[in-house]
Write a protein that binds this ligand. Structure first.
Ligand SMILES: [Zn+2]
Length: 97
């Protein structure tokens, strides 16, 4: 039996410090988990090898070399060691407004 590889955080009360428009919906988090689960290799943490990963509801904006320019990334966190992995939402067919 396949175990669920991703934990979806569908808590309805995120931290008030977070911008609500930059939060992923549960549907988007499920899409990300499905995308990663259907790639060539089943996803696992590159640091500790654990396969229990969490799709974070928050997206991050990383600064680029261009001033005032950022790129958004989906964050997948290893729930065992805490390693974060960034993924392109565009490659996963996700539009984050
Ligand atoms: Zn890990």
């Amino acid at each position: 039996m396949a175990q669920p590889y991703f934990i979806i955080d569908d808590s309805s009360s995120p931290s008030p410090a977070l911008h609500p428009k930059k939060m992923l919906t549960t549907e988007q988090q499920n899409l990300i988990a499905k995308h990663l689960n259907t790639r060539a290799q089943r996803p696992k943490c590159p640091v500790c090898g654990t396969t229990t990963l969490r799709v974070q509801p928050q997206v991050v904006e990383l600064p680029t070399a261009e001033s005032d320019s950022t790129i958004r990334r989906v964050v997948i966190t290893c729930t065992y060691c805490g390693h974060d992995m960034y993924f392109s939402p565009e490659v996963m067919g996700l539009t984050i407004s």
